[in-house]
Design a protein around this ligand. Structure first.
Ligand code: SAH
Ligand code: SF4
Ligand code: F3S
Length: 467
């Protein structure tokens, strides 16, 4: 039993992480023979990619995947702690699973992901949800075969509060045959005051550049057309390594692999250098689309959030990025942070009017146990927060529509991903990351094609194939 501990998770050692090559112990190989697993993933791309590794691990021990939860011998919930509703969804799901397990005693139920790193969550499971067989954390996905092997009736908790080493060569089962996620940096050192991620994901640890390039080269060999370089703050890439390289160097190196499309998320404004901007400008296979969370337009609130930039700093960076040809910029915004007045909120609206974002994710502040902002006096009423969110979304949607309308009649290149929800249509994304539906045959799936945009809505475009 190894229980999570948030105060331990805060203590960071400034040592280099060792790189360890994963190897499966032979005795686990047939654990899942004739057995099925079901995995439900919540949260961000990091979790989605972790689930691809979990699936890879389960395939390597002979399990097969099912998308029917009732059919499964093993159910895994890969959870997210970022806001209260993500947390509630996972507990709701645990309730449903309890009923399944009442009829199927041998069912193994496991919980992993960011919620597994939270003491409050683990304590609640240990007292109220005895049908969970084991809990494992974000730092030890590789333990899964062992935990299944050692499975007991009593809930086993195996969660490390201190991040460990970097594990290379974990098996992976990718969801998409053309687009791939590639981790470049784990954890986060920023400690924005509202955010749980630095506790659940640990200290910032970059993968070595050569390991990343090997992975991208393999993807190119296997016909992949796009990679998304992943991290909570990709712009801090390399800072924790002794080699002196950074995201600009990495982007240049990935560009040379000749993968047709490179994306990266998420960028923290603090670590964005002019050299990174130059590299993005210079390479055609680095896509002109950046997610640059602002969180608030008020300097007072930005300071309380611990974001390390002012709205003026943000504007300067924003203007440089906007100057790159074809660039789209999206953002994240939190409303109703403790102490946010109507004036502060109006400053956020002013920034949205200045930046005219191509899209945005907007959230109501959700206090997370263990973070400094959860201790601040939350003096904004819920109705007020909801009303602010509504006003903000109206404005954001207008700008998204404007941004999409600018694409009308343009010929753009689209990586076709699959069948759209609309009959007879395919869908894919443009270089600047806009969703396009168009008529076409299935042989186009996985190919980059030219499409002329014929109609624009707030969240998608329609187009016609240009032969
Ligand atoms: N690493 C990324 C963001 C990860 S979380 C970054 O720094 O940009 C994604 C978004 O969730 C954040 O940008 C923020 O807008 C939102 N978020 C994080 N913690 C939150 C909280 N406690 N309440 C509401 N929204 C939150
Ligand atoms: Fe959270 Fe801030 Fe780190 Fe993003 S940069 S993951 S918001 S602490
Ligand atoms: Fe959620 Fe963890 Fe991602 S808290 S947003 S799954 S890093």
């Amino acid at each position: 039993m190894e229980l999570p501990n948030l105060s331990l998770a805060r203590k960071r050692i400034n040592k280099e992480s060792k790189v360890i090559n994963y190897q499966l112990d032979d005795k686990y190989q047939d654990l899942g023979k004739n057995k099925k697993y079901f995995i439900k993933t919540y949260g961000c791309q990091m979790n989605e990619h972790d689930s691809e590794n979990i699936k890879g691990l389960l395939d390597s021990i002979s399990y097969t995947e099912t998308d029917n939860m009732e059919d499964a011998d093993l159910i895994i919930l890969n959870t997210c702690s970022i806001r209260e509703n993500a947390h509630n969804k996972a507990f709701g799901m645990l309730g449903r699973i309890k009923h399944i397990k009442e009829k199927k005693k041998d069912l193994i139920v496991a919980l992993c992901g960011c919620m597994a790193q939270e003491e409050v969550v683990v304590n609640e499971i240990l007292t109220k949800h005895h049908h969970v067989n084991f809990i494992f954390g974000t730092h030890n996905l590789y333990d899964l075969p062992r935990l299944i092997y050692e499975n007991t009736k009593k809930t086993n908790v195996c969660v490390y509060s201190k991040e460990g080493d970097i594990i290379e060569n974990l098996p992976v089962k990718r969801v998409n045959d053309y687009k791939a996620y590639v981790n470049i940096i784990y954890g986060c050192d920023k400690f924005c005051t509202y955010c749980i991620v630095p506790y659940t994901r640990g200290r910032q640890r970059s993968r070595e550049m050569s390991d990343i390039i090997d992975e991208v080269n393999d993807l190119v060999k296997n016909g992949y057309k796009e990679v998304t370089l992943l991290g909570q703050n990709v712009n801090a890439y390399g800072k924790d390594l002794p080699y002196g390289y950074d995201l600009a160097d990495l982007l240049e190196a990935v560009s040379k692999t000749n993968i047709p499309r490179i994306r990266f998320i998420t960028s923290h404004p603090w670590d964005f250098t002019d050299r990174m901007i130059d590299v993005i400008k210079q390479h055609d296979n680095i896509m002109p689309s950046i997610h640059l969370p602002i969180q608030s337009g008020s300097n007072k609130i930005l300071k309380l959030m611990g974001r390390r930039y002012t709205k003026e700093d943000y504007k300067t960076l924003f203007d440089k990025l906007r100057n790159i040809k074809g660039m789209t910029i999206t953002t994240d915004i939190i409303v109703g942070f403790p102490g946010e007045t109507e004036e502060d909120f109006k400053e956020t609206l002013d920034m949205v009017n200045y930046c005219k974002y191509d899209g945005a994710y907007t959230f109501i502040f959700s206090p997370r146990v263990g973070t400094p902002a959860a201790k601040l006096k939350d003096d904004v009423k819920l109705e007020e927060k909801e009303e602010r969110l509504y006003r903000l979304n109206e404005l954001i949607n207008n700008y998204s529509l404007d941004s999409n309308k600018k694409m009308l009649d343009k010929e753009v290149s689209v990586l076709t991903e699959g069948y759209s929800n609309k009959e007879g249509m395919l869908y894919g994304y443009t270089e600047n990351n806009k969703l396009v539906n168009f008529k076409g045959e299935s042989n186009l799936i996985g190919k980059i094609v030219n499409v002329r945009i014929t109609s624009a809505k707030s969240f998608s475009l329609d187009g016609e194939l240009v032969e």
